[in-house]
Design a protein around this ligand. Sequence first.
Ligand code: GLU
Length: 303
Amino acid sequence: MDYQDVVGQVLSAVKPHIGAGQVADYIPDLARVDPNQFGFAIATVDGQVYSDGDVDVPFAIESISKVFALALVLPKRDTKIWDRVRREPSGLAFNDLIQLEVENGIPRNPFINPGAIVTTDQLLADTGDAVAAMRALLRAETGNPHLEVDSVTAESELRTGDRNRAIAYLMASFGNMVNPVDLALDHYFRQCSFSITCAELAKVGLIIARHGLRVDGSRLLEEGDTRHIIALMATCGTYDEAGNFAYRVGLPIKSGVGGGMLAIVPGICSVATWGPGLDPKGNSATGALALETFAQVSGLAVF
Ligand code: GLU
Protein backbone atom coordinates (compact mmCIF):
# COMPACT_ATOMS: atom_id res chain seq x y z
CA MET A 1 0.00 0.00 0.00
CA ASP A 2 1.29 3.46 -0.89
CA TYR A 3 0.17 5.18 2.32
CA GLN A 4 1.45 8.62 1.30
CA ASP A 5 -0.69 8.37 -1.84
CA VAL A 6 -3.69 7.45 0.32
CA VAL A 7 -3.00 10.52 2.48
CA GLY A 8 -2.85 12.66 -0.68
CA GLN A 9 -6.18 11.34 -1.93
CA VAL A 10 -7.79 12.02 1.46
CA LEU A 11 -6.45 15.59 1.50
CA SER A 12 -7.77 16.22 -2.04
CA ALA A 13 -11.24 14.97 -1.08
CA VAL A 14 -11.39 17.03 2.12
CA LYS A 15 -9.79 20.27 0.86
CA PRO A 16 -13.01 21.85 -0.53
CA HIS A 17 -14.73 21.20 2.81
CA ILE A 18 -12.11 22.55 5.23
CA GLY A 19 -13.88 24.87 7.66
CA ALA A 20 -17.14 22.85 7.58
CA GLY A 21 -19.09 22.32 10.81
CA GLN A 22 -19.21 24.34 14.02
CA VAL A 23 -16.45 24.46 16.62
CA ALA A 24 -17.61 23.36 20.07
CA ASP A 25 -18.51 26.43 22.09
CA TYR A 26 -19.88 24.95 25.31
CA ILE A 27 -16.23 24.86 26.42
CA PRO A 28 -15.27 28.52 25.73
CA ASP A 29 -11.60 27.78 25.07
CA LEU A 30 -12.52 25.45 22.17
CA ALA A 31 -14.57 28.21 20.53
CA ARG A 32 -11.38 30.16 19.93
CA VAL A 33 -9.89 27.54 17.60
CA ASP A 34 -9.62 28.52 13.91
CA PRO A 35 -11.96 26.11 12.06
CA ASN A 36 -9.98 26.40 8.82
CA GLN A 37 -7.47 23.74 9.76
CA PHE A 38 -7.21 20.08 8.88
CA GLY A 39 -4.67 17.33 9.43
CA PHE A 40 -4.52 13.65 8.56
CA ALA A 41 -1.95 11.07 9.70
CA ILE A 42 -1.53 7.33 9.31
CA ALA A 43 0.87 5.47 11.62
CA THR A 44 1.60 1.92 10.53
CA VAL A 45 2.42 -0.81 13.07
CA ASP A 46 6.09 -0.70 12.02
CA GLY A 47 6.20 2.89 13.35
CA GLN A 48 6.16 4.82 10.04
CA VAL A 49 4.01 7.95 9.94
CA TYR A 50 2.48 9.29 6.72
CA SER A 51 0.77 12.65 7.03
CA ASP A 52 -0.27 15.93 5.46
CA GLY A 53 -2.00 19.16 6.45
CA ASP A 54 -1.98 20.68 9.93
CA VAL A 55 -0.54 17.58 11.56
CA ASP A 56 1.79 19.40 13.93
CA VAL A 57 -0.75 21.83 15.37
CA PRO A 58 -1.75 20.84 18.92
CA PHE A 59 -5.44 20.53 19.79
CA ALA A 60 -7.43 19.33 22.80
CA ILE A 61 -7.63 15.53 22.92
CA GLU A 62 -11.01 15.63 24.73
CA SER A 63 -12.97 12.37 24.50
CA ILE A 64 -10.25 10.48 22.66
CA SER A 65 -8.45 10.40 26.02
CA LYS A 66 -11.24 8.08 27.19
CA VAL A 67 -9.76 5.27 25.09
CA PHE A 68 -6.41 5.61 26.83
CA ALA A 69 -7.91 5.97 30.32
CA LEU A 70 -9.70 2.67 29.74
CA ALA A 71 -6.48 1.15 28.40
CA LEU A 72 -4.73 2.15 31.63
CA VAL A 73 -7.50 0.75 33.87
CA LEU A 74 -8.14 -2.59 32.15
CA PRO A 75 -4.78 -4.28 32.89
CA LYS A 76 -5.47 -4.07 36.61
CA ARG A 77 -7.29 -7.37 37.04
CA ASP A 78 -8.58 -6.70 40.56
CA THR A 79 -10.31 -3.55 39.30
CA LYS A 80 -13.97 -4.29 38.87
CA ILE A 81 -14.50 -1.57 36.28
CA TRP A 82 -17.29 -3.52 34.59
CA ASP A 83 -19.32 -3.43 37.81
CA ARG A 84 -19.22 0.36 37.55
CA VAL A 85 -19.87 0.91 33.83
CA ARG A 86 -21.66 -1.12 31.16
CA ARG A 87 -20.81 -1.84 27.52
CA GLU A 88 -23.85 -0.68 25.56
CA PRO A 89 -24.39 2.30 23.27
CA SER A 90 -26.50 4.90 25.07
CA GLY A 91 -28.51 6.10 22.09
CA LEU A 92 -28.38 9.53 23.72
CA ALA A 93 -26.05 12.52 23.96
CA PHE A 94 -22.67 12.00 25.62
CA ASN A 95 -23.64 14.18 28.57
CA ASP A 96 -27.21 12.94 29.13
CA LEU A 97 -28.42 12.71 32.73
CA ILE A 98 -31.84 11.10 32.52
CA GLN A 99 -30.68 7.61 31.53
CA LEU A 100 -28.13 7.72 34.34
CA GLU A 101 -30.86 8.43 36.88
CA VAL A 102 -33.13 5.71 35.52
CA GLU A 103 -30.27 3.20 35.45
CA ASN A 104 -29.13 3.77 39.05
CA GLY A 105 -25.96 5.73 38.36
CA ILE A 106 -24.33 3.01 36.21
CA PRO A 107 -23.28 4.60 32.89
CA ARG A 108 -23.96 2.80 29.62
CA ASN A 109 -20.35 2.75 28.42
CA PRO A 110 -16.88 4.19 29.16
CA PHE A 111 -16.94 6.64 26.24
CA ILE A 112 -19.89 8.83 27.25
CA ASN A 113 -19.08 11.41 29.92
CA PRO A 114 -20.48 9.51 32.94
CA GLY A 115 -18.62 6.34 31.94
CA ALA A 116 -15.43 8.27 31.34
CA ILE A 117 -15.70 10.04 34.70
CA VAL A 118 -16.07 6.63 36.38
CA THR A 119 -13.04 5.31 34.47
CA THR A 120 -10.90 8.31 35.44
CA ASP A 121 -12.13 7.97 39.03
CA GLN A 122 -10.96 4.34 38.92
CA LEU A 123 -7.61 5.27 37.37
CA LEU A 124 -7.15 7.87 40.12
CA ALA A 125 -7.89 5.23 42.78
CA ASP A 126 -5.55 2.72 41.10
CA THR A 127 -2.60 5.07 40.56
CA GLY A 128 -3.03 8.04 42.92
CA ASP A 129 -2.71 10.40 39.93
CA ALA A 130 -4.77 9.74 36.80
CA VAL A 131 -3.36 12.72 34.91
CA ALA A 132 0.23 11.67 35.64
CA ALA A 133 -0.52 8.14 34.40
CA MET A 134 -2.02 9.51 31.20
CA ARG A 135 0.81 12.01 30.73
CA ALA A 136 3.43 9.27 31.09
CA LEU A 137 1.66 7.09 28.53
CA LEU A 138 1.15 9.88 25.98
CA ARG A 139 4.73 11.11 26.31
CA ALA A 140 6.23 7.65 25.96
CA GLU A 141 4.16 6.65 22.93
CA THR A 142 4.61 9.95 21.08
CA GLY A 143 8.25 10.46 22.04
CA ASN A 144 7.34 14.05 22.98
CA PRO A 145 8.62 14.81 26.49
CA HIS A 146 6.83 18.18 26.46
CA LEU A 147 3.32 16.86 25.79
CA GLU A 148 1.17 18.49 28.46
CA VAL A 149 -2.27 19.49 29.66
CA ASP A 150 -3.29 22.88 28.26
CA SER A 151 -4.05 24.70 31.50
CA VAL A 152 -6.25 27.30 29.76
CA THR A 153 -8.47 24.58 28.27
CA ALA A 154 -8.57 22.74 31.62
CA GLU A 155 -9.57 25.90 33.45
CA SER A 156 -12.26 26.56 30.83
CA GLU A 157 -13.65 23.03 31.31
CA LEU A 158 -13.60 23.39 35.08
CA ARG A 159 -15.38 26.73 34.98
CA THR A 160 -18.15 25.58 32.63
CA GLY A 161 -18.37 21.93 33.71
CA ASP A 162 -21.60 22.07 35.71
CA ARG A 163 -23.21 19.34 33.67
CA ASN A 164 -20.29 16.99 34.30
CA ARG A 165 -20.49 17.98 37.98
CA ALA A 166 -24.19 17.05 37.99
CA ILE A 167 -23.34 13.70 36.36
CA ALA A 168 -20.60 12.92 38.87
CA TYR A 169 -22.66 13.90 41.92
CA LEU A 170 -25.59 11.84 40.63
CA MET A 171 -23.28 8.82 40.33
CA ALA A 172 -21.90 9.55 43.83
CA SER A 173 -25.45 9.49 45.18
CA PHE A 174 -25.71 5.91 43.88
CA GLY A 175 -22.33 5.01 45.43
CA ASN A 176 -20.54 4.90 42.06
CA MET A 177 -17.66 7.30 42.81
CA VAL A 178 -14.72 6.26 44.96
CA ASN A 179 -12.80 9.55 45.18
CA PRO A 180 -14.16 12.93 46.27
CA VAL A 181 -16.21 14.13 43.30
CA ASP A 182 -14.34 17.40 42.76
CA LEU A 183 -10.97 15.65 42.83
CA ALA A 184 -12.06 13.05 40.26
CA LEU A 185 -13.52 15.79 38.06
CA ASP A 186 -10.33 17.81 38.26
CA HIS A 187 -8.47 14.80 36.84
CA TYR A 188 -11.17 14.23 34.22
CA PHE A 189 -11.11 17.86 33.02
CA ARG A 190 -7.32 17.90 32.81
CA GLN A 191 -7.23 14.51 31.07
CA CYS A 192 -9.55 15.92 28.39
CA SER A 193 -7.30 18.99 28.03
CA PHE A 194 -4.09 17.27 26.96
CA SER A 195 -2.74 19.10 23.95
CA ILE A 196 -1.74 16.67 21.20
CA THR A 197 -1.08 16.85 17.47
CA CYS A 198 -2.63 14.71 14.80
CA ALA A 199 0.67 12.93 14.08
CA GLU A 200 1.15 12.24 17.80
CA LEU A 201 -2.38 10.90 18.17
CA ALA A 202 -1.80 8.41 15.36
CA LYS A 203 1.31 7.16 17.20
CA VAL A 204 -0.53 6.67 20.51
CA GLY A 205 -3.29 4.81 18.67
CA LEU A 206 -0.71 2.22 17.65
CA ILE A 207 -1.04 0.64 21.11
CA ILE A 208 -4.50 -0.49 20.03
CA ALA A 209 -3.51 -1.29 16.43
CA ARG A 210 -0.63 -3.43 17.76
CA HIS A 211 -3.05 -5.42 19.95
CA GLY A 212 -1.73 -3.92 23.18
CA LEU A 213 1.99 -3.53 22.50
CA ARG A 214 3.68 -0.24 23.38
CA VAL A 215 6.30 1.52 21.27
CA ASP A 216 9.10 -0.02 23.37
CA GLY A 217 7.73 -3.52 22.71
CA SER A 218 6.36 -4.00 26.23
CA ARG A 219 2.76 -5.07 26.68
CA LEU A 220 0.19 -2.63 28.09
CA LEU A 221 -2.90 -4.66 27.29
CA GLU A 222 -3.73 -8.31 26.79
CA GLU A 223 -4.99 -9.01 23.27
CA GLY A 224 -8.47 -9.67 24.70
CA ASP A 225 -8.55 -6.25 26.37
CA THR A 226 -7.55 -4.60 23.09
CA ARG A 227 -10.34 -6.45 21.32
CA HIS A 228 -12.77 -5.14 23.94
CA ILE A 229 -11.59 -1.54 23.44
CA ILE A 230 -11.93 -1.90 19.66
CA ALA A 231 -15.46 -3.26 20.08
CA LEU A 232 -16.41 -0.33 22.29
CA MET A 233 -14.92 2.15 19.83
CA ALA A 234 -17.00 0.62 17.04
CA THR A 235 -20.24 0.57 19.03
CA CYS A 236 -19.90 3.67 21.23
CA GLY A 237 -17.00 5.78 19.91
CA THR A 238 -18.72 8.40 17.78
CA TYR A 239 -21.44 9.75 20.06
CA ASP A 240 -24.93 8.89 18.92
CA GLU A 241 -23.73 8.21 15.37
CA ALA A 242 -21.81 4.96 15.85
CA GLY A 243 -24.20 3.00 13.64
CA ASN A 244 -23.85 5.56 10.88
CA PHE A 245 -20.05 5.51 11.15
CA ALA A 246 -19.98 1.70 11.02
CA TYR A 247 -22.05 2.00 7.85
CA ARG A 248 -20.17 4.88 6.23
CA VAL A 249 -16.58 4.14 7.31
CA GLY A 250 -16.52 0.59 8.67
CA LEU A 251 -13.78 1.13 11.25
CA PRO A 252 -13.64 1.44 15.04
CA ILE A 253 -13.36 5.17 15.79
CA LYS A 254 -13.24 7.49 18.79
CA SER A 255 -13.89 11.17 18.36
CA GLY A 256 -13.57 14.19 20.63
CA VAL A 257 -15.20 17.62 20.68
CA GLY A 258 -11.80 19.19 20.00
CA GLY A 259 -12.28 17.90 16.43
CA GLY A 260 -9.92 14.95 16.63
CA MET A 261 -10.81 11.44 15.50
CA LEU A 262 -8.84 8.23 15.94
CA ALA A 263 -9.57 5.15 13.83
CA ILE A 264 -7.94 1.76 14.21
CA VAL A 265 -7.24 -0.85 11.55
CA PRO A 266 -6.31 -3.76 13.85
CA GLY A 267 -2.89 -5.21 13.13
CA ILE A 268 -2.20 -2.66 10.37
CA CYS A 269 -2.38 1.02 11.31
CA SER A 270 -3.78 3.81 13.39
CA VAL A 271 -5.34 6.82 11.64
CA ALA A 272 -5.79 10.27 13.16
CA THR A 273 -7.64 13.25 11.74
CA TRP A 274 -8.22 16.73 13.06
CA GLY A 275 -10.70 19.31 11.84
CA PRO A 276 -12.21 21.54 14.56
CA GLY A 277 -15.69 22.01 12.99
CA LEU A 278 -18.19 19.48 14.35
CA ASP A 279 -21.42 18.03 12.98
CA PRO A 280 -24.57 18.39 15.14
CA LYS A 281 -23.80 15.12 16.97
CA GLY A 282 -20.26 16.25 17.94
CA ASN A 283 -18.07 14.46 15.38
CA SER A 284 -15.59 16.37 13.23
CA ALA A 285 -17.25 17.17 9.88
CA THR A 286 -14.02 17.01 7.88
CA GLY A 287 -12.73 14.09 9.98
CA ALA A 288 -15.76 12.02 9.04
CA LEU A 289 -15.24 12.75 5.36
CA ALA A 290 -11.53 11.98 5.68
CA LEU A 291 -12.11 8.60 7.31
CA GLU A 292 -14.79 7.70 4.80
CA THR A 293 -12.39 8.53 1.97
CA PHE A 294 -9.56 6.65 3.71
CA ALA A 295 -11.71 3.52 4.00
CA GLN A 296 -12.74 3.70 0.35
CA VAL A 297 -9.28 4.40 -1.04
CA SER A 298 -7.36 1.95 1.15
CA GLY A 299 -9.94 -0.83 1.19
CA LEU A 300 -9.09 -1.31 4.88
CA ALA A 301 -12.60 -1.14 6.36
CA VAL A 302 -13.18 -4.02 8.76
CA PHE A 303 -16.91 -4.19 8.11
N1 GLU B 1 -14.33 17.42 28.14
C1 GLU B 1 -15.49 17.22 27.32
C2 GLU B 1 -16.71 17.18 28.18
O1 GLU B 1 -16.63 16.67 29.26
C3 GLU B 1 -15.33 15.97 26.53
C4 GLU B 1 -16.47 15.76 25.61
C5 GLU B 1 -16.12 15.02 24.36
O2 GLU B 1 -15.07 15.22 23.74
O3 GLU B 1 -16.94 14.19 23.97
O4 GLU B 1 -17.77 17.64 27.83
